[in-house]
Design a protein around this ligand. Structure first.
Ligand code: SR1
Ligand code: MG
Length: 408
């Protein structure tokens, strides 16, 4: 039994009325919209609008996982991690995250900017839409936050406090289980088409995959480089374009409840994996040009990440020890680690709980090849990264494998 009250569409107006900062933005007595719209795995999400203004989004963390129900308890303190990380990110890159108006610690509610004029990027990709500039924006987001929350930017005491406040073990363990362990060791939550069972068996019995995922999990648990988003797939990004344009005029990372001090390359790998997943869908549908475009998102994100991080490098705290050669080395390490994490992230969306709509909404005859392709790309890149990782090489591997494995 929870010790706090869950919001409902019926109780939300009274909640707003009791929060002067929110009531000043939306008149609770004159709402034209008040809807629960959450379709994610974890939380309740409400959109409210009055006659004037853009309205609000209210997100409430339940004490369990929405996807599975009360049988999977999950700390509602994740709302604090989301509110605090969005506040930190907003200070570093204000246009690339929603503005947070209020965090209610007693009821685990965040009130933030209403982005209902945006689309979830995964939804947009699945509809065949382009939002040019979104991949670059996410590179800037990762570059700015990776530098700005790290030992390169923060004074020692502040860094220690930021790391302590961001300790997020329950959410991290969810990732450790679902992203690294369960694709290899079934805990009863895995499911694939019968036609893909031999692919999963090959994946799980590949000793190189076991070794590489062991390394990935260990890096995730120990490499506290920066306040990473922790769940930066295309479903955690909102995009908007003006009518008739394919160029994004607003791009926002959201849903950062998994934030903690972890490896920078985990966020990059999450983006790369989901670009490859989008490409797998396009190839499966015979949309080769579109698939090629999806894969160009990889170098777009990488280049803007690197440029953003390098632009901040002159302000690093200890240039005596952290020179240019050190930085070059860091990028080479992150490039290779991003492939490792991308391998984990693409295979979990095929094998385990919480799959990607990109693949799940394909007819089974096409899904079979797309799923097989993603598992094989994961196996390739988890090891090939040791021979030298680059965005162009990742595109080559993904293109070749996803075309070879097409079915239907
Ligand atoms: C158990 S929660 C399932 C997934 O949803 C989130 O978006 C994360 O990706 C998590 O792994
Ligand atoms: Mg999420």
């Amino acid at each position: 039994m929870a010790d706090y009250e869950f919001l409902t569409e019926a109780t939300l107006p009274a909640y707003l009325a009791g929060q002067p900062d929110l009531a000043a933005r939306v008149d609770p007595a004159d709402l034209v919209e008040c809807r629960e719209v959450g379709d994610g795995n974890l939380n309740l999400v409400f959109l409210v609008r009055g006659r004037a203004g853009r309205g609000l989004c209210l997100k409430q963390a339940l004490p369990y996982l929405r996807l599975t129900g009360q049988g999977w308890p999950l700390t509602p303190d994740r709302a604090r991690h989301e509110a605090e990380s969005l506040g930190t990110y907003g200070g570093l890159t204000p246009t690339l995250v929603p503005e947070v108006y209020l965090y209610d610690a007693a009821r685990h509610i965040i009130a933030m900017e209403n982005l209902s004029d945006h689309l979830v990027w995964r939804t947009a990709l699945n509809q065949g839409l382009r939002h040019d500039g979104a991949a670059q924006a996410m590179g800037v987001f990762v570059g700015a936050t990776a530098f700005g929350t790290s030992a390169f930017a923060l004074e020692r005491e502040a860094l220690g406090q930021a790391m302590a406040a961001a300790i997020n073990p329950q959410l991290c363990q969810t990732t450790e289980d679902l992203v690294f362990t369960e694709p290899l060791v079934d805990a009863g939550r895995n499911a694939v088409l019968a036609a893909n069972q031999p692919d999963v068996a090959a994946f799980q019995s590949d000793p190189a995959m076991v070794a590489e995922m062991g390394l990935a999990k260990w890096l995730f648990m120990t490499k506290a480089e920066a306040l990473i988003h922790g769940d930066l797939h295309t479903g955690s990004v909102m995009v908007r374009s003006p009518a008739g344009s394919t160029v994004a005029d607003s791009v926002k990372a959201f849903d950062s409840e998994f934030a903690f001090y972890g490896p920078v390359a985990f966020d990059l790998g999450a983006l790369f994996a989901n670009y490859v997943i989008a490409a797998a869908r396009a190839f499966a549908l015979g949309e080769n040009e579109r698939a090629a475009w999806c894969l160009t998102l990889i170098p777009q994100t990488w280049a803007s990440f690197e440029a953003e991080f390098r632009s901040r490098w002159p302000s690093r705290r200890d240039p005596r020890l952290w020179g240019e050669a050190f930085l070059d080395n860091l990028f080479a390490t992150w490039q290779a680690e991003s492939w490792l994490f991308a391998a984990a992230k693409m295979s979990r969306r095929v094998i385990g709980l919480a799959k990607a709509a990109d693949i799940e909404t394909l007819p089974p005859a096409l899904r079979e090849g797309a799923a097989r392709g993603l598992l094989q790309v994961a196996q390739w890149i988890a090891t090939e990264r040791r021979k030298g990782a680059s965005p162009v090489r990742l595109i080559e591997i993904a293109c070749r494998v996803l075309i070879e494995t097409r079915t239907g």
